[in-house]
Write a protein that binds this ligand. Structure first.
Ligand code: NCD
Length: 309
């Protein structure tokens, strides 16, 4: 998606915010339709905000997850998706562990397929809601031109589909993106995506306008979560060293420019990548991101179904 199309979709998302909050009524837009929600991987925010988006637009949802569907009997994701289409869904939202899953389902499907996050690859509606939140927080939401802004994405960038979609969206809108993490989690090869790569967070923080913290995705490293008896975090050396180098502590947050905003896509590992008082503090846009997620998903569903803005 090029910058012009991206800006149009962001403007439509901004216009949906009052309806996302229930202050205006858009329930005529998708009345009588049903949206298939195929969440083959766990989700809180994305799943519920797509559900809310469909409901605010007057649509119903057809919900399935990996447990409780015939995927557990060996049915493929594509067969499952085509059956939900045959039942009558107007569009599908797909989240899966496999990179490329939504794209593969979109080939045989005759209805729009929205990617709700595929493996390490992309999470497009998250990229949109983050761009909307950054633009709004920094006074750029009139035309969504982010030129001159510098945005750091910090942590387990390699495992992160959120980072990949953000790099694509933010650079297309003119921002400079700097990814920051230890070399194992922020490899220099990521410069091919159009961002800078740095390994020293303290050097980067004073110069950025927004900082997006990412969760360490232990499950994608084949490791158990921290604190569990099986935890063997080889890819981050040690949890303590990771915190020392890359956590957004209160002391580090004090190095930011006065106007700089702090984001996190959730779920937050409180005390690992981010301190409690930063996550809940005045710079934090974390819950605004979530509200914007409903607006972005309303606009995206309408966009895919050809409903005029
Ligand atoms: C993320 C995801 O699932 O990609 N969360 C989200 O959708 N808001 C990030 C994560 O799991 O760390």
């Amino acid at each position: 998606m090029g910058a012009a199309e991206l800006k149009d979709l962001l403007a439509r998302s901004r216009a949906m915010i009052p309806a996302a909050l229930g202050r205006t009524d858009m329930s005529h837009l998708l009345r009588g339709r049903s949206i298939g929600l195929l969440f083959f991987e766990d989700s809180t925010r994305t799943r519920l905000s797509f559900t809310m988006a469909a409901q605010r637009l007057g649509a119903t949802t057809l919900d399935i997850g990996a447990g409780g569907s015939s995927v557990s009997k060996g049915e493929t994701l594509i067969d499952t998706a085509l059956n939900v289409e045959a039942i009558g869904a107007a569009a599908l939202v797909v989240r899966a562990k496999q990179s490329g899953a939504a794209h593969q389902i979109a080939q045989p499907a005759k209805i729009p397929v929205l990617n709700g996050g595929d493996g390490r690859h992309e999470h497009p509606t998250q990229g949109l809601l983050d761009a909307l939140t950054i633009a709004e927080s920094l006074g750029r939401s009139a035309i969504f031109d982010l030129s001159g802004l510098s945005i750091a994405i910090v942590g387990d960038v390699f495992s992160s589909r959120v980072a990949r979609s953000n790099i694509a969206a933010l650079t297309a809108l003119g921002a400079q993106v700097i990814v920051v993490g230890p070399p194992t989690l922020a490899p220099t090869s990521m410069t091919t995506l159009g961002c800078k790569v740095e390994h020293d967070l303290d050097e980067v923080l004073p110069s950025v306008d927004a900082v997006m913290m990412l969760r360490v995705q232990f499950e994608r490293h084949g490791e158990a979560p921290p604190g569990s008896p099986d935890a063997r975090p080889s890819s981050i050396i040690s949890v303590r060293a990771y915190r020392e180098g890359y956590a957004l502590t209160s002391a580090r947050a004090a190095m930011l420019k006065p106007h700089a905003v702090v984001l996190h896509p959730g779920p937050i590992n409180r005390g690992l990548e981010m301190d409690q008082d930063v996550a809940d503090g005045p710079r934090s846009a974390v819950l605004r991101q979530v509200t914007h997620g409903v607006a972005v998903r309303m606009a995206s569903l309408c966009w895919c179904l050809g409903i005029p803005a």
